[in-house]
Write a protein of this length. Structure first.
Length: 381
Protein backbone atom coordinates (compact mmCIF):
# COMPACT_ATOMS: atom_id res chain seq x y z
CA UNK A 1 0.00 0.00 0.00
CA UNK A 2 1.49 3.27 -1.09
CA UNK A 3 2.16 5.94 1.51
CA UNK A 4 0.35 9.21 1.70
CA UNK A 5 1.62 11.70 -0.87
CA UNK A 6 2.50 15.20 0.24
CA UNK A 7 1.80 17.95 -2.31
CA UNK A 8 3.84 21.09 -2.60
CA UNK A 9 2.23 24.47 -3.13
CA UNK A 10 3.15 24.35 -6.80
CA UNK A 11 1.50 20.93 -7.25
CA UNK A 12 -1.67 22.14 -5.53
CA UNK A 13 -1.96 25.19 -7.76
CA UNK A 14 -1.38 23.08 -10.90
CA UNK A 15 -4.00 20.54 -9.89
CA UNK A 16 -6.51 23.26 -9.09
CA UNK A 17 -6.01 24.75 -12.56
CA UNK A 18 -6.43 21.28 -14.07
CA UNK A 19 -9.60 20.85 -12.00
CA UNK A 20 -10.97 24.07 -13.44
CA UNK A 21 -10.27 22.79 -16.97
CA UNK A 22 -12.01 19.47 -16.25
CA UNK A 23 -15.00 21.26 -14.73
CA UNK A 24 -15.30 23.40 -17.87
CA UNK A 25 -15.28 20.18 -19.90
CA UNK A 26 -18.39 19.09 -18.01
CA UNK A 27 -16.96 16.51 -15.61
CA UNK A 28 -18.37 16.01 -12.16
CA UNK A 29 -16.53 16.61 -8.87
CA UNK A 30 -16.01 12.89 -8.25
CA UNK A 31 -14.57 12.40 -11.72
CA UNK A 32 -12.25 15.38 -11.30
CA UNK A 33 -11.00 14.12 -7.91
CA UNK A 34 -10.42 10.62 -9.32
CA UNK A 35 -8.41 11.95 -12.24
CA UNK A 36 -6.31 14.18 -9.95
CA UNK A 37 -5.80 11.20 -7.57
CA UNK A 38 -7.12 13.06 -4.53
CA UNK A 39 -10.32 12.88 -2.52
CA UNK A 40 -13.21 15.27 -3.06
CA UNK A 41 -12.72 16.63 0.46
CA UNK A 42 -9.04 17.39 -0.25
CA UNK A 43 -9.97 19.15 -3.44
CA UNK A 44 -12.56 21.22 -1.55
CA UNK A 45 -9.99 22.21 1.14
CA UNK A 46 -7.49 23.14 -1.54
CA UNK A 47 -9.98 25.44 -3.21
CA UNK A 48 -10.84 27.11 0.09
CA UNK A 49 -7.18 27.64 1.04
CA UNK A 50 -5.52 28.31 -2.29
CA UNK A 51 -8.36 29.32 -4.56
CA UNK A 52 -7.52 32.34 -6.72
CA UNK A 53 -3.82 32.32 -5.82
CA UNK A 54 -0.91 32.03 -8.11
CA UNK A 55 2.00 29.68 -7.40
CA UNK A 56 4.14 32.19 -5.45
CA UNK A 57 1.30 33.31 -3.23
CA UNK A 58 0.31 29.74 -2.44
CA UNK A 59 3.88 28.81 -1.64
CA UNK A 60 4.28 31.81 0.67
CA UNK A 61 1.03 31.03 2.48
CA UNK A 62 2.06 27.43 3.07
CA UNK A 63 5.45 28.50 4.41
CA UNK A 64 3.81 31.01 6.75
CA UNK A 65 1.47 28.36 8.11
CA UNK A 66 4.34 25.91 8.65
CA UNK A 67 6.39 28.60 10.37
CA UNK A 68 3.46 29.55 12.57
CA UNK A 69 2.93 25.93 13.59
CA UNK A 70 6.65 25.57 14.38
CA UNK A 71 6.65 28.72 16.51
CA UNK A 72 3.60 27.52 18.42
CA UNK A 73 5.32 24.20 19.07
CA UNK A 74 8.51 25.94 20.27
CA UNK A 75 6.53 28.25 22.54
CA UNK A 76 4.67 25.31 24.02
CA UNK A 77 7.96 23.48 24.64
CA UNK A 78 9.50 26.59 26.23
CA UNK A 79 6.57 26.98 28.61
CA UNK A 80 6.73 23.27 29.43
CA UNK A 81 10.45 23.57 30.16
CA UNK A 82 9.88 26.55 32.47
CA UNK A 83 7.18 24.72 34.40
CA UNK A 84 9.35 21.60 34.62
CA UNK A 85 12.37 23.49 35.94
CA UNK A 86 10.21 25.13 38.61
CA UNK A 87 9.25 21.65 39.79
CA UNK A 88 12.82 20.30 39.77
CA UNK A 89 14.79 22.92 41.66
CA UNK A 90 15.09 26.58 42.53
CA UNK A 91 17.95 28.36 40.82
CA UNK A 92 20.47 27.05 38.34
CA UNK A 93 21.26 23.33 38.26
CA UNK A 94 25.03 22.87 38.46
CA UNK A 95 27.13 19.79 37.80
CA UNK A 96 26.51 16.76 35.58
CA UNK A 97 25.36 14.60 38.50
CA UNK A 98 22.66 17.09 39.50
CA UNK A 99 21.59 17.47 35.88
CA UNK A 100 21.33 13.69 35.48
CA UNK A 101 19.07 13.51 38.53
CA UNK A 102 16.95 16.34 37.15
CA UNK A 103 16.56 14.56 33.79
CA UNK A 104 15.50 11.34 35.53
CA UNK A 105 12.97 13.26 37.59
CA UNK A 106 11.52 15.03 34.53
CA UNK A 107 11.21 11.84 32.48
CA UNK A 108 9.79 9.65 35.23
CA UNK A 109 7.62 12.06 37.21
CA UNK A 110 6.51 14.59 34.59
CA UNK A 111 6.57 12.23 31.62
CA UNK A 112 8.81 14.43 29.46
CA UNK A 113 10.83 12.96 26.64
CA UNK A 114 14.54 12.44 27.20
CA UNK A 115 15.38 14.92 24.45
CA UNK A 116 13.24 17.69 25.93
CA UNK A 117 14.39 16.98 29.49
CA UNK A 118 18.07 17.14 28.50
CA UNK A 119 17.42 20.38 26.63
CA UNK A 120 15.65 21.85 29.65
CA UNK A 121 18.53 21.24 32.07
CA UNK A 122 21.31 21.87 29.54
CA UNK A 123 22.75 18.37 29.41
CA UNK A 124 23.81 16.49 26.29
CA UNK A 125 21.92 13.26 25.77
CA UNK A 126 25.20 11.39 25.26
CA UNK A 127 26.38 12.64 28.67
CA UNK A 128 23.12 11.57 30.27
CA UNK A 129 23.33 8.09 28.82
CA UNK A 130 27.00 7.56 29.64
CA UNK A 131 27.37 6.19 33.16
CA UNK A 132 29.87 7.95 35.44
CA UNK A 133 33.04 5.95 35.95
CA UNK A 134 32.22 5.56 39.65
CA UNK A 135 29.10 3.55 38.73
CA UNK A 136 30.92 1.07 36.49
CA UNK A 137 32.73 -2.14 37.55
CA UNK A 138 36.06 -0.70 36.34
CA UNK A 139 36.04 2.24 38.81
CA UNK A 140 39.74 2.82 39.65
CA UNK A 141 38.80 4.50 42.94
CA UNK A 142 36.57 1.72 44.26
CA UNK A 143 39.06 0.70 46.96
CA UNK A 144 39.60 4.30 48.09
CA UNK A 145 35.86 4.91 48.23
CA UNK A 146 35.39 1.80 50.39
CA UNK A 147 38.19 2.95 52.70
CA UNK A 148 36.64 6.42 53.05
CA UNK A 149 33.23 4.95 53.86
CA UNK A 150 34.77 2.72 56.50
CA UNK A 151 36.72 5.65 57.96
CA UNK A 152 33.61 7.84 58.08
CA UNK A 153 31.69 5.08 59.86
CA UNK A 154 34.42 4.76 62.47
CA UNK A 155 34.96 8.54 62.79
CA UNK A 156 31.63 10.22 62.01
CA UNK A 157 32.83 13.61 63.24
CA UNK A 158 35.93 13.77 61.03
CA UNK A 159 36.14 15.67 57.76
CA UNK A 160 37.94 14.89 54.53
CA UNK A 161 41.18 16.57 55.65
CA UNK A 162 41.61 14.20 58.57
CA UNK A 163 40.72 11.28 56.31
CA UNK A 164 43.36 12.45 53.85
CA UNK A 165 45.91 12.81 56.66
CA UNK A 166 45.20 9.25 57.81
CA UNK A 167 45.62 7.95 54.25
CA UNK A 168 48.76 9.97 53.65
CA UNK A 169 50.62 9.43 56.91
CA UNK A 170 49.12 6.32 58.52
CA UNK A 171 48.37 4.25 55.42
CA UNK A 172 51.38 5.67 53.52
CA UNK A 173 49.39 6.29 50.34
CA UNK A 174 50.37 9.03 47.91
CA UNK A 175 46.95 10.60 47.41
CA UNK A 176 45.90 14.08 46.33
CA UNK A 177 43.89 16.07 48.87
CA UNK A 178 41.58 17.49 46.17
CA UNK A 179 40.82 13.99 44.91
CA UNK A 180 39.95 12.84 48.43
CA UNK A 181 37.70 15.89 48.76
CA UNK A 182 35.91 14.98 45.52
CA UNK A 183 35.43 11.33 46.50
CA UNK A 184 34.33 12.40 49.99
CA UNK A 185 31.61 14.62 48.50
CA UNK A 186 30.51 12.02 45.93
CA UNK A 187 30.05 9.47 48.71
CA UNK A 188 27.98 11.96 50.70
CA UNK A 189 30.27 11.90 53.74
CA UNK A 190 30.33 15.64 54.45
CA UNK A 191 30.08 16.72 58.06
CA UNK A 192 27.69 19.60 58.71
CA UNK A 193 29.65 22.67 59.75
CA UNK A 194 27.99 24.83 62.35
CA UNK A 195 29.11 28.44 62.02
CA UNK A 196 30.00 29.89 65.41
CA UNK A 197 28.06 32.88 66.60
CA UNK A 198 29.79 36.22 66.49
CA UNK A 199 30.81 37.14 69.99
CA UNK A 200 31.45 40.58 71.40
CA UNK A 201 33.93 41.47 74.07
CA UNK A 202 37.70 41.73 74.37
CA UNK A 203 39.85 40.06 76.97
CA UNK A 204 40.84 42.35 79.83
CA UNK A 205 44.28 40.73 80.10
CA UNK A 206 47.12 41.03 77.57
CA UNK A 207 47.32 38.13 75.08
CA UNK A 208 49.63 35.29 76.03
CA UNK A 209 51.07 33.38 73.08
CA UNK A 210 52.33 29.81 73.37
CA UNK A 211 55.38 30.13 71.14
CA UNK A 212 57.09 26.97 72.44
CA UNK A 213 56.31 23.79 74.38
CA UNK A 214 55.71 24.11 78.15
CA UNK A 215 54.84 27.80 77.91
CA UNK A 216 51.02 27.78 78.23
CA UNK A 217 48.99 24.82 79.43
CA UNK A 218 45.22 25.24 79.28
CA UNK A 219 42.98 23.36 81.71
CA UNK A 220 39.21 22.98 81.98
CA UNK A 221 36.41 20.69 83.22
CA UNK A 222 33.44 19.09 81.51
CA UNK A 223 30.71 16.77 82.73
CA UNK A 224 29.02 13.54 81.73
CA UNK A 225 27.09 10.82 83.58
CA UNK A 226 26.85 7.07 83.95
CA UNK A 227 23.69 5.17 82.98
CA UNK A 228 22.37 5.45 86.54
CA UNK A 229 22.34 9.24 86.24
CA UNK A 230 25.27 9.95 88.53
CA UNK A 231 27.58 12.74 87.42
CA UNK A 232 31.11 12.29 86.05
CA UNK A 233 33.57 15.18 86.16
CA UNK A 234 36.39 15.17 83.60
CA UNK A 235 39.49 17.35 83.89
CA UNK A 236 41.57 17.90 80.73
CA UNK A 237 44.71 19.89 80.07
CA UNK A 238 46.55 20.55 76.79
CA UNK A 239 49.79 22.21 75.80
CA UNK A 240 48.67 25.07 73.55
CA UNK A 241 51.80 24.79 71.39
CA UNK A 242 52.04 21.03 70.83
CA UNK A 243 48.30 20.23 71.36
CA UNK A 244 49.26 17.30 73.63
CA UNK A 245 46.72 16.07 76.19
CA UNK A 246 48.50 16.07 79.54
CA UNK A 247 45.87 15.35 82.21
CA UNK A 248 43.34 12.56 82.63
CA UNK A 249 41.11 12.90 85.66
CA UNK A 250 37.70 11.19 85.59
CA UNK A 251 35.97 11.31 88.98
CA UNK A 252 32.56 11.81 90.51
CA UNK A 253 33.78 15.16 91.85
CA UNK A 254 37.12 16.96 91.86
CA UNK A 255 38.21 19.38 94.58
CA UNK A 256 40.97 21.94 94.40
CA UNK A 257 43.23 19.77 96.59
CA UNK A 258 42.70 16.70 94.37
CA UNK A 259 43.49 18.80 91.30
CA UNK A 260 46.73 20.01 92.87
CA UNK A 261 47.79 16.46 93.68
CA UNK A 262 47.23 15.38 90.08
CA UNK A 263 49.06 18.43 88.71
CA UNK A 264 52.09 17.58 90.83
CA UNK A 265 52.20 14.13 89.19
CA UNK A 266 51.92 15.63 85.70
CA UNK A 267 54.66 18.18 86.38
CA UNK A 268 56.93 15.43 87.66
CA UNK A 269 56.44 13.35 84.50
CA UNK A 270 56.86 16.38 82.21
CA UNK A 271 60.07 17.49 83.90
CA UNK A 272 58.65 20.62 85.47
CA UNK A 273 55.67 22.96 85.29
CA UNK A 274 54.86 25.28 82.38
CA UNK A 275 55.33 29.01 82.59
CA UNK A 276 51.59 29.77 82.58
CA UNK A 277 48.46 27.84 83.45
CA UNK A 278 45.44 29.22 81.56
CA UNK A 279 41.98 28.57 83.04
CA UNK A 280 38.58 30.07 83.72
CA UNK A 281 37.15 31.30 87.01
CA UNK A 282 35.75 27.98 88.23
CA UNK A 283 35.71 27.34 91.99
CA UNK A 284 38.47 24.72 91.78
CA UNK A 285 40.75 27.13 89.87
CA UNK A 286 40.31 30.07 92.25
CA UNK A 287 40.63 27.86 95.31
CA UNK A 288 43.31 28.61 97.91
CA UNK A 289 44.85 25.17 97.33
CA UNK A 290 45.63 25.92 93.68
CA UNK A 291 46.65 29.51 94.40
CA UNK A 292 49.17 28.38 96.99
CA UNK A 293 50.43 25.61 94.73
CA UNK A 294 51.07 27.99 91.82
CA UNK A 295 52.55 30.79 93.92
CA UNK A 296 56.21 31.20 93.02
CA UNK A 297 56.12 28.14 90.74
CA UNK A 298 54.15 29.18 87.63
CA UNK A 299 51.93 31.98 86.44
CA UNK A 300 48.14 31.81 86.30
CA UNK A 301 46.12 33.39 83.49
CA UNK A 302 42.39 33.68 84.13
CA UNK A 303 40.14 34.41 81.19
CA UNK A 304 37.36 36.98 81.73
CA UNK A 305 34.11 35.44 83.03
CA UNK A 306 31.78 34.23 80.30
CA UNK A 307 34.42 34.26 77.53
CA UNK A 308 35.36 30.62 76.82
CA UNK A 309 36.66 31.59 73.36
CA UNK A 310 39.67 33.15 75.13
CA UNK A 311 40.64 29.61 76.11
CA UNK A 312 40.09 28.21 72.62
CA UNK A 313 42.60 25.34 72.60
CA UNK A 314 41.11 23.49 75.55
CA UNK A 315 37.57 24.30 74.37
CA UNK A 316 38.40 22.77 70.98
CA UNK A 317 39.80 19.67 72.66
CA UNK A 318 36.74 19.38 74.91
CA UNK A 319 34.47 19.70 71.87
CA UNK A 320 36.32 16.88 70.13
CA UNK A 321 36.21 14.76 73.28
CA UNK A 322 32.46 15.41 73.58
CA UNK A 323 31.57 14.60 69.95
CA UNK A 324 33.96 11.73 69.31
CA UNK A 325 33.93 9.99 72.68
CA UNK A 326 31.33 11.09 75.24
CA UNK A 327 28.39 11.37 72.84
CA UNK A 328 29.18 8.01 71.25
CA UNK A 329 29.42 5.97 74.45
CA UNK A 330 27.46 5.29 77.58
CA UNK A 331 29.13 4.39 80.85
CA UNK A 332 27.95 1.58 83.09
CA UNK A 333 30.57 2.34 85.73
CA UNK A 334 33.01 5.11 86.56
CA UNK A 335 35.91 2.74 85.90
CA UNK A 336 34.69 2.09 82.36
CA UNK A 337 34.56 5.84 81.73
CA UNK A 338 38.13 6.25 83.02
CA UNK A 339 39.46 3.55 80.69
CA UNK A 340 37.69 4.70 77.52
CA UNK A 341 38.36 8.42 78.04
CA UNK A 342 41.99 7.66 78.86
CA UNK A 343 42.31 5.63 75.66
CA UNK A 344 40.80 8.49 73.67
CA UNK A 345 43.30 11.00 75.05
CA UNK A 346 46.15 8.60 74.33
CA UNK A 347 44.88 8.15 70.76
CA UNK A 348 44.63 11.93 70.45
CA UNK A 349 48.32 12.28 71.28
CA UNK A 350 49.56 9.49 69.03
CA UNK A 351 46.96 9.13 66.23
CA UNK A 352 45.16 12.44 65.69
CA UNK A 353 46.88 14.53 63.01
CA UNK A 354 46.50 18.30 63.27
CA UNK A 355 46.53 20.43 60.14
CA UNK A 356 48.02 23.26 62.23
CA UNK A 357 50.96 20.96 63.06
CA UNK A 358 51.62 20.03 59.44
CA UNK A 359 49.50 16.88 59.84
CA UNK A 360 51.79 15.52 62.54
CA UNK A 361 50.40 13.99 65.70
CA UNK A 362 50.97 15.99 68.92
CA UNK A 363 53.51 13.41 70.10
CA UNK A 364 55.42 13.53 66.80
CA UNK A 365 55.42 17.32 66.80
CA UNK A 366 56.56 17.54 70.43
CA UNK A 367 59.44 15.15 69.72
CA UNK A 368 60.60 17.15 66.70
CA UNK A 369 59.88 20.68 68.02
CA UNK A 370 62.94 22.89 68.62
CA UNK A 371 61.08 26.14 69.37
CA UNK A 372 62.34 28.23 72.26
CA UNK A 373 60.36 30.63 74.40
CA UNK A 374 60.64 34.37 73.75
CA UNK A 375 59.38 36.33 76.78
CA UNK A 376 58.35 39.33 74.65
CA UNK A 377 56.03 37.14 72.56
CA UNK A 378 54.14 35.95 75.59
CA UNK A 379 54.24 39.20 77.58
CA UNK A 380 54.68 37.24 80.81
CA UNK A 381 55.91 39.31 83.71
Amino acid sequence: MAGRKRHSAEDIVRKLRRADELAAAGKTGEEIAAELEVSAATLYNWRRAYGGMDTDAAKELKELREQNARLKRLLAEAELVKDALREVAKGKILGPAAKRRAVVMLTTTLGMSERLACTAVGLARSTHRRLPLSQTPVDPDAETRAWLRSYATKHPCHGFRRAWAALRYDERREVNKKKIHRLWREEGLQVKVRSPRKRAGVSSIPPIEADAPKVVWAIDFQFDSTVDGKAIKIASMVDEHTRESLLNMVERSITGKELVDELEKVFAVAGGPPKVLRMDNGPEFISQALQQFCDGKLGTSYIPPGTPWNNGHIESFNNRLRKECLNRNHWNTLFEARVVIGDFKEEHNHRHRHSSLGYLTPAEYAAACRCTHTPVACEIN
